[in-house]
Ligand binder design. Sequence first.
Ligand SMILES: NC(=O)c1ccc[n+]([C@@H]2O[C@H](COP(=O)([O-])OP(=O)(O)OC[C@H]3O[C@@H](n4cnc5c(N)ncnc54)[C@H](O)[C@@H]3O)[C@@H](O)[C@H]2O)c1
Length: 254
Amino acid sequence: MATGRTHRPATRSRGIPEATVARLPLYLRALTALSERSVPTVSSEELAAAAGVNSAKLRKDFSYLGSYGTRGVGYDVEYLVYQISRELGLTQDWPVVIVGIGNLGAALANYGGFASRGFRVAALIDADPAMAGKPVAGIPVQHTDELESIITDNGVSIGVIATPAGAAQQVCDRLVAAGVTSILNFAPTVLTVPDGVDVRKVDLSIELQILAFHEQRKAGEEAAVDTAAPAAVRRQPAATDQGPDGDVPAVMPA
Ligand SMILES: NC(=O)c1ccc[n+]([C@@H]2O[C@H](COP(=O)([O-])OP(=O)(O)OC[C@H]3O[C@@H](n4cnc5c(N)ncnc54)[C@H](O)[C@@H]3O)[C@@H](O)[C@H]2O)c1
């Protein structure tokens, strides 16, 4: 679901390309599922299919980790889980703060998937004084006045922004000034950050717009096939091919 990019060069200092880093969580998710089923080894083809990645790309990615698998046996699942987790920095606990505890912030706070992946929600912060002290996902919301001390006291380096767009830059500036160096931004705005701060942006509406583009293209291709086909096999409007008024067929008869 995550889109966007980090403000980093295309290759990390240890020589792992950013595109490979972006695929490591996909491998880890697939490997974790195999591990849960106690599958001991996996071939590059099987793992590539499970992760939705091309197998040659997977082998190249794993070569950056120094993991080459064993011919005829494949990769050791548990060892790869460990290797990728270590590479991603997931063998340590990462306290994160969520700022903006509205619909989205509360949903994120309630999401169990963070903790199971090593991300502990250390604090929930909101500007609304009426929310201060109210528990969300069992954690009392704290007021933004305390933002700096929360970051310092908890050694937080990762912040999640779920405020309205208009507040996001100011929240970002305060997080960065307090010591946060990685930000996951859900607000629909582009954040400006100094060098050394990574920002990743999540925007579900952009994902939907990309799907809409593909839907439109598929519809165009279908229409082209319909036009090219002999009249007898051209698609006729079905009962469900109705426009919003119910009387205009979405697929016009040829
Ligand atoms: N990226 C996505 O896919 C996605 C999906 C849904 C919503 N959003 C975005 O996430 C944000 C939150 O959406 P929502 O539906 O939860 O909104 P919401 O109005 O329910 O919640 C926003 C919260 O932010 C708090 N807030 C406002 N200014 C603040 C500040 N300066 N510091 C701290 N807290 C502050 C408000 O008090 C409120 O509790 C919006 O920017 C929205 O556009 C993004």
